[in-house]
Design a protein around this ligand. Structure first.
Ligand SMILES: C[S@@+](CC[C@H](N)C(=O)[O-])C[C@H]1O[C@@H](n2cnc3c(N)ncnc32)[C@H](O)[C@@H]1O
Length: 387
């Protein structure tokens, strides 16, 4: 009876969700509208729907409840009613590693193909190791923070006192279990930023000089700018984005972080911005491009199910157009850092090839930042120098 109740709740959520908004936002509204669902119902519906989407399109022709059971088995180390009921042969193995569980599922259900978890295989960037990447979808990514090195010991102590399973990744990076209510435990945010591990690693490619003037041209709420500022506080900054709203968040974050020396503009980089920018010449440009976000789907697994691959070419056109529009404001001999959180070659290597062929930029280095090995996002970065 309880299992039927759980399955019904899951099916209702699945039926009502169409992938047009992020799942977490949909669930927030859905639970508000379905007040009869108690906290346990909400918890199970959330666990089931997220696990379900982590299966991507694997075993797509099987019965939905069986798929749910397999997904829940692969994603969790605690038993659920659906696994107990539908997978009696597997339930005792719930504590095994993801790799071991995948092997068991494959022998029990020979139609199971790991490659069908992520059906956009032929679009993957060359450096991505497929097996590791697919397996990563069954593990929830961590929450990462970037911390001022002088504050890290104090913060680790505060988190341990609050019984958070904190892991020190480096002198400035901590990993926390996803869902940690960080703002409640450490309200003062001037000493740390929530920023994915791979996003933090992009900073290794900035290499700013003292008193440089940099442009973060797709700044959103300023994650990369804050990183740049921490690497070299003397850098002067122009931040811009097409969305005014994000820039308002940026202002708030910059204020909390004590970053005062910057200029901000709302700019659509698909337009000619010469009126605004004709006298600007930068020592560095960060182009953290709008993209499919396919490197972050470990956090939004609903995309494995709903993403339409036609969108990839839309993003690559946007990326080349933006690169072409910003390069003229870069001084010769200076870097443009191109970043995506995508694993698709059309947004990564192929954009790089287009840039090399069409713009006065020479590729210095490029790489995939393999977050799938670290419970983090996967990103791509290329550093060019203007000819
Ligand atoms: C990947 S996000 C940037 C994230 C940000 N740099 C950070 O570290 O948090 C890409 C940004 O590009 C902006 N964008 C999209 N189309 C644009 C356009 N035509 N002109 C300028 N910005 C654009 C989006 O609004 C979005 O904020």
């Amino acid at each position: 009876m309880r299992l039927e109740h759980q399955i019904r709740a899951f099916e209702q959520v699945f039926k009502n969700y169409d992938g047009t908004q992020p799942l977490h936002r949909f669930l927030f509204t859905y639970f508000k509208q379905h007040k009869q669902m108690g906290s346990s119902d909400r918890r199970w519906a959330t666990r089931y729907i997220y696990s379900f989407f982590r299966l991507g399109k694997a075993l797509i022709n099987e019965d939905t409840t069986l798929r749910l059971a397999i997904a829940d088995f692969l994603c969790n180390h605690t038993l659920s009613l659906v696994v107990e009921e539908k997978l009696p042969n597997l339930k005792e193995h719930i504590n095994l590693s993801v790799q071991e569980k995948i092997a068991l599922v494959t022998s029990e259900f020979p139609a199971f193909k790991l490659s069908e978890v992520f059906v956009f295989n032929e679009n993957l960037s060359k450096e991505v190791e497929k097996q590791d990447f697919y397996e990563s979808f069954f593990i929830q990514p961590d929450l990462f923070i970037r911390v001022k090195s002088s504050y890290i010991n104090q913060l680790v102590k505060t988190l341990k006192d609050a019984e958070v399973a904190v892991e020190e990744i480096s002198k400035t990076t901590l990993a926390l279990p996803n869902g940690t209510k960080l703002e409640q435990i450490v309200p003062a945010q001037q000493y740390y930023q929530i920023q994915d591990l791979s996003s933090q690693k992009t900073g290794n490619f900035f290499k700013p000089q003292t008193w440089d003037y940099w442009w973060d041209c797709c700044a959103a709420s300023g994650g990369k700018s804050l990183l740049l500022h921490d690497l070299e506080p003397s850098v002067q900054l122009l931040v811009s984005d097409v969305r005014e709203n994000s820039l308002n968040n940026l202002e708030e974050r910059f204020r909390e972080a004590g970053l005062k020396k910057y200029q901000k503009k709302v700019l659509d980089l698909l337009q000619n911005n010469d009126q605004d920018l004709h006298h600007y010449e930068f020592d560095g440009i960060i182009l953290d491009a709008p993209c499919s976000g396919s490197g972050t789907w470990g956090r939004t697994p609903e995309m494995l199910y709903y993403f339409d691959s036609h969108k990839i070419s839309y993003f690559s056109k946007l990326q080349t157009a933006i690169a072409a529009n910003v390069v003229k404001y870069l001084k010769s001999g200076k870097p443009l850092v191109y970043i995506t959180c995508s694993v698709f070659k059309q947004e990564n290597e192929e954009v790089v090839a287009w840039i090399e062929e069409n713009l006065p930029l020479e590729l210095e280095t490029m790489e995939v930042i393999k977050g799938y090995k670290d419970k983090a996002d996967t990103m791509f970065i290329a550093r060019f120098i203007k000819k």
